[in-house]
Design a protein around this ligand. Structure first.
Ligand SMILES: NC(=O)c1ccc[n+]([C@@H]2O[C@H](COP(=O)([O-])OP(=O)(O)OC[C@H]3O[C@@H](n4cnc5c(N)ncnc54)[C@H](OP(=O)(O)O)[C@@H]3O)[C@@H](O)[C@H]2O)c1
Length: 290
């Protein structure tokens, strides 16, 4: 039976990828690559068939065991890891040694254009190693609203960002993960191409706050701040320097870029429409309440 290793398994995307893979009921073994196996067993306590293996991108000695008898990898770059040469090259070398040749990589929309972002470097490295690949390039996660931005929404009824009126493409992690599971399953049909996966809405944070306020009945508003003020504010709140800088880059730079491209790949693949912001706000309503 084929064996698929899912990295980032306990995170937003990885968890959902495993849930959707499980739902496909395909004849595959799913292996969760995790830093803490005992913790992961709790997270996945309802997934009886799931296997676990210790995998830490910062500990190369975990690679051979994690990749043994694996046919295909779902690869996710943990957000804090940006030194690709140091952490991902050895992982790819281990893949090669273990004869693992197929990888679905969760990249990001626009990765092909920006040479400095880690996803670009990972895509290039995967090609250089000669693996068969699928690059899935998503837009901006709706789940940023229920993770990184949730504290301000609940405590201050505000979304505070240096994003001005920049428009982001909003995509539900559930849609990304469902597509990932299908691509892992039908790898041969889709391999050696990159696919953008987006929702159908490009919206700015003024509109998104209004949608949350109206749909989830929470009086949230958007407060635009300049990058320096944002930096000071988040540092005072205890956010790590690196994370604040990444947030500034992610939210400030789009002010100078055109609106993201909209792709219908999710609909082509699943014959379903991607989640709308209104549907997302209704589904996650209870999480926005203070
Ligand atoms: N947010 C967006 O709008 C957006 C848009 C496009 C692309 N992306 C990309 O999506 C990815 C983030 O996905 P996500 O939201 O699912 O991430 P996440 O929820 O932060 O999860 C990160 C996962 O990586 C694991 N991890 C952390 N450090 C690790 C290490 N050293 N070795 C092995 N595993 C490790 C974590 O496991 P533990 O449980 O052990 O911590 C967790 O399972 C990033 O590459 C990001 O650039 C994000």
């Amino acid at each position: 039976m084929e064996r698929i290793l899912v990295t980032g398994a306990t995170g937003n995307v990885g968890f959902e990828v495993i849930r959707f893979l499980n739902r496909l009921q395909a004849p595959v073994r799913i292996v969760a690559g995790v830093r803490d196996v005992e913790k992961a067993r709790q997270v996945f306590k309802n997934f009886a068939e799931l296997e676990f293996v210790h995998l830490d991108f910062e500990q190369p000695d975990t690679f051979p065991q994690a990749l043994a008898h694996i046919d295909r990898v779902f690869l996710l770059r943990p957000p804090h890891i940006s030194n690709i040469e140091k952490y991902f090259r050895p992982f790819f070398a281990a893949m090669q040694q273990q004869h693992v040749t197929e990888v679905v990589f969760l990249s990001v929309q626009g990765a092909e254009k920006s040479k400095v972002i880690p996803h670009h470097k990972i895509e290039q490295s995967i090609k250089t190693f000669g693996f068969d690949y699928i690059f899935l390039r998503p837009g901006y996660f709706m789940q940023n609203l229920t993770t990184t931005l949730l504290h301000d929404i609940k405590q201050k009824q505000q979304i505070v960002l240096p994003a001005g009126k920049a428009k982001f493409n909003w995509i539900d992690v559930e849609n990304i993960s469902e597509a990932s599971a299908m691509l892992l399953h039908k790898f041969a049909r889709y391999k050696n191409k990159a696919y953008e996966i987006t929702g159908y809405e490009n919206e700015n944070f003024y509109t998104v706050s209004r949608i949350i306020a109206e749909t989830a009945n929470v009086p949230v508003t958007y407060k635009n701040v300049n990058p320096l003020r944002f930096y000071r504010m988040k540092r005072r709140e205890g956010m790590k320097r690196g994370k604040v800088l990444v947030m500034i880059m992610l939210h400030f730079l789009p002010r100078f870029q055109s609106a993201p491209h909209i792709s219908d790949f999710y609909e082509q693949l699943t014959h379903k429409k991607p989640t709308t912001l209104k549907e997302f706000a209704a589904r996650e309503k209870s999480r926005f309440m203070s």
